[in-house]
Design a protein around this ligand. Structure first.
Ligand SMILES: [Zn+2]
Ligand SMILES: [Zn+2]
Length: 159
């Protein structure tokens, strides 16, 4: 990592190393706050802006990518992981992943056909996850046995 950063023109410092290590330990869908908490468990001297700056750096050198699902919280995924899309549950705010391998090829073909050069793409689907729907179902069953389908989640594909 030290050598890698050097080739990008950055020096590795102890605090930077801690932020990097903490991020890669968390790995998926990391928010700045989460990363900050993690770092502070090890070193209370590291400030929020240091964590923030280094997280930006991790993205800048291409090791992480932003995940934005429109709830105002930016999360970060390390890019060495396999391509995946996200299901975002609007009810419990959880992010679930699904394999993108199968449709990634098709998306690339669409882009090529349109003479568009793809650098990256993301697939994010908003809706309600199964456990939230189950909870909702149990509630409605208890109170009202009428109106089935009330909690049928509609998946909306963004972009
Ligand atoms: Zn992810
Ligand atoms: Zn949910």
């Amino acid at each position: 990592m030290r050598e890698f950063l050097k080739t990008k023109g950055y020096k590795m410092t102890p605090q930077r190393e801690l932020v990097f290590r903490s991020f890669f330990e968390l790995g998926e869908h990391v928010s700045v706050d989460e990363l900050f908490d993690r770092v502070r468990q090890i070193d209370k001297a590291v400030g929020y802006s240091t964590v923030w700056r280094n997280l930006k750096l991790i993205c800048e050198v291409g090791l992480a990518r932003e995940v934005n699902v429109g709830d105002g919280v930016t999360r970060y995924d390390r890019v060495t992981r396999k391509p995946h899309g996200h299901f975002y549950c609007v009810s419990c705010k959880s992010l679930l992943e699904f394999d993108l391998n199968e449709i990634a090829g098709r998306l690339a073909k669409v882009a090529t056909a349109e003479k568009f050069e793809t650098e990256s793409f993301k697939v994010e689907i908003e809706g309600v996850c199964k456990s939230c729907r189950d909870k909702e179902n149990r509630k409605t069953k208890r109170s009202l046995s009428e109106s089935p389908g009330v909690s049928k989640a509609k998946l909306s594909k963004k972009r």
